[in-house]
Design a protein around this ligand. Sequence first.
Ligand code: NAP
Length: 245
Amino acid sequence: MPHNTLLITGGSNGIGAACARLGAAQGRDVILTYHSDEAAARAVATDIEAAGQTAQVVQCDVAEPTSIEALFAGINPATPIDLINNAGIVAPTASINDLDAERLTRIFAINVVGAILVAKHAVAHMRAAPAKGHIVNISSAAARLGSANLYIDYAASKGAIDTFTKGLADELAPEGIRVNAIRPGLILTDIHTKGGEPDRAKRLGGTVPIGRPGSAEEVAEAVLWLLSDAASYVTGAHLDVSGGR
Ligand code: NAP
């Protein structure tokens, strides 16, 4: 059976880019979105095409509902998709006194409201497409750990994604659409630089039971497995890819 096309939000860098490359290597076409880094998105697209698959690159800010609408308006309704709901941000390290409405609104607009709206449009697309699809939401081990004195707001946003995953999975199970979450731990991507702590994953890697940080490619393996028929009895799950952390 042919694979569904992968729709990946935030496919230009890090975990999303690794999912795009692995998906193409497994024979999937890819629609990937970027926010600010078009050059990185084009480089991922080049790799997808080198693997013999098609790549569609779309600029999308998931904090803007109209931007999400435009993304889905540009997807062929006859194309069956699986969604990797991956776009996300952290803010600089802070404790409760440093949190303000502007920071919280931004984090929740991207990590929660954006992710839920993307899923809403993806479900509408899947219902109308000729074949069903599946969804993986990218949560975080922070949802379990709480991230005290680091970014409890980010952790709370990922807690919301865990709960949303369970609820949406139950809602869609009768339709054959599976919804799962991956909770990555300390993964070597640029998100730590963007959060003001470039060495975070390397510095703390030794505290992880497995003894090192993880790679985006190791997360991608789990994401692609959850989307595959090999995971046909898995829905509503939160899979830790965190080296035991
Ligand atoms: P990353 O390398 O910083 O990549 C983030 C991706 O999200 C980029 O493609 C970025 O696009 C996109 N993005 C940022 N803001 C956006 C917006 N407003 N609208 C749409 N897309 C936006 O980070 P990553 O580590 O791969 O993170 C991917 C996901 O994994 C996130 O949800 C993150 O919370 C989660 N996660 C990461 C870790 C970790 O240790 N790395 C751990 C747990 C969970 P541009 O680059 O084009 O701007």
